[in-house]
Design a protein around this ligand. Structure first.
Ligand SMILES: *Cc1c(COP(=O)(O)O)cnc(C)c1O
Length: 497
């Protein structure tokens, strides 16, 4: 099974090629040319498998140019009890009948990005061996928080790789900064940038296109690569947990095989919800995919009207990982919804680039309204939902998951739908401790993050997860801050060139 590009459907490459390159030359995203589906028997056969074994089955279908030994090496290196604090890797918590929280934050950084970034280094080094053998891979990341830390943990001490992460000096939460600056590993580098997230991102992009840097790296057999969410190597691992959770619900007799489920996803770049769509194509029965946004509600409007318009105010919210106005992975959905029409996709994304706006055709609008429901909520509603869910179920939501729960509650009110529903939980509440503490009515005033967290623990009777607690006593290794124009030199210095 090969891959093609959303902007050139004549292209035909292996999964190893797609993963090594990340983005196709003409700017399109790699998509499977056809999506393989599991039979009922095959899905039922996954019942008694571990998460790693289920992942093996899914990757065997999606990465057909990998040998079984290679896939085994990737899944076993990532999904084990050293990296995750739960044998199940992803946990399902039942709130009430038919309402399930899929906890995707049991990995080393307590956010769902671990589900993909724990395995990406192995997928990438295995792919590179097939396509550009002998090269050292240097990963560059610009981050507003969660991705940087998850990428550092994933690539830390992985042979044949190095990783450099840049974050905006004043643009990440205290806990996120602490997590990154105390990062361990012999092949890692972290630096603040005197600027905002856009400066970091532009700086990283400039390094990728700088000819003199490219020459120096090529002389030394170093290949620059990125770990961002448009890489197929980050999307494919996310399909696994939707298939696995369906199999698990059947196994636990919460649903019967063949029953449809709804999936609710707190959405930013559209990667996580797109993975649920691929899981459906691979055989999971889905009623609705529910797309939840914060006040940056460009996707809510798009799904409801067919008009994507990024010309709007950008809001900074208590769910910062969803503060996004351009959801890159939507391009893949539109490619599939147009029946692989690369010229329509080029037209729409050209308009997005030039005018910040495009409108899809009626056929796509119909498909959107049949499969998707979209809603959004404010910071006040997010906090009210955290409080309500905690009082009703003694279950503490993080700010992103709370957006999903609130939008789902609105959906039930609007439709009366009783379909069993899986709500993707994308972060542990202690990652966004301050907003969560305020939401549950915490009154103590404290500047220190760890003081605040002990108040949150007392107030709710919950516990900060071990990986976050451990950062308290870890040594800060990276105190540097660079001017944005010096990022290239900094990277060369780190790589010793
Ligand atoms: C990245 C992230 C999201 C958004 O996921 P997408 O795949 O970009 O839509 C939601 N919640 C948290 C906590 C995240 O880190």
């Amino acid at each position: 099974m090969n891959y093609t590009s959303t902007r050139n459907s004549g292209l035909n490459v292996t999964s190893a090629h797609a993963i090594t390159k990340g983005l196709s030359d003409e700017g399109g995203l790699y998509v499977p040319e056809s999506v393989p589906a599991f039979s009922e028997k095959e899905l039922l056969g996954m019942s008694d498998m571990s998460y790693a074994d289920r992942a093996f089955e899914v990757f065997s279908r999606l990465l057909t140019d990998f040998t079984p030994e290679e896939i085994r090496h990737c899944v076993d290196s990532a999904y084990n009890d050293k990296n995750f604090d739960s044998d199940n890797i992803a946990e399902i918590t039942r709130l009430t009948d038919g309402k399930f929280i899929l906890e995707l934050w049991h990995g080393p950084t307590c956010a769902f990005k671990d589900m993909a970034l724990q395995i990406l280094p192995y997928l990438l080094t295995t792919s590179a061996k097939k396509t550009v053998d002998g090269k050292h891979i240097a990963i560059l990341v610009a981050t507003s928080g969660d991705t940087g830390k998850a990428a550092l943990e994933g690539f830390k001490d992985v042979d044949g790789t190095s990783i450099a992460v840049f974050y905006p000096e004043d643009g990440v939460s205290p806990m996120q900064k602490r997590q990154m600056t105390t990062q361990e590993g012999g092949n890692v580098f972290v630096s603040a940038v005197k600027g905002n997230f856009d400066d970091c991102q532009n700086g990283v992009k400039a390094i990728f296109t700088d000819k003199s840097i490219a020459e120096k790296l090529a002389e030394n057999d170093i290949l620059l690569s990125s770990a961002n969410s448009i890489n197929w190597g980050r999307l494919a691992p996310q399909i696994v947990y939707y298939i696995s959770s369906y199999v698990e619900l059947v196994k636990n007799k919460e649903i019967k095989f063949g029953d449809k489920i709804n999936v609710v996803v707190p959405t930013g770049n559209f990667g996580n919800i797109l993975a649920a769509y691929y899981a459906m194509l691979m055989g999971i029965p889905v009623n609705k995919l529910i797309c939840a946004s914060n006040s940056n509600n460009v996707l809510t409007d798009f799904i409801n009207t067919g008009v994507y318009d990024r010309n709007r105010e950008f809001h900074t919210t208590v769910s910062p990982s969803m503060d996004i106005l351009i959801s890159s992975n939507l391009e893949r959905l539109l490619y599939h919804f147009t029946g692989c029409d690369d010229s329509l996709v080029r037209d729409w994304f050209g308009k997005l680039k030039e005018q910040g706006r495009y409108e899809v055709n009626d056929a796509v609008k119909t498909k959107l309204s049949e499969l998707f429901y979209a809603g959004c909520c404010s910071d006040e509603e997010t906090k009210a939902q955290i409080k309500a869910t905690f009082s009703e179920h003694s279950y503490l939501l993080d700010t992103h998951t709370a957006v999903a729960v609130k939008v789902y509650e609105d959906y039930i009110k609007a439709t009366g739908d009783k379909t069993p529903t899986v709500i993707a939980s994308t972060a542990n509440p202690y990652k966004f401790g301050r907003a969560v503490y305020e939401a549950v009515g915490g009154k103590a005033v404290c500047d220190d993050e760890f003081d605040l967290i002990s108040h949150l623990e007392q107030e709710t009777g919950t516990k900060m997860p071990a990986p976050l607690a451990a950062t308290r006593n870890k040594q800060v290794r990276f105190t540097g801050s660079v001017e944005k124009q010096d990022m290239g030199e900094t990277v060369l210095g780190f790589l010793g060139k």
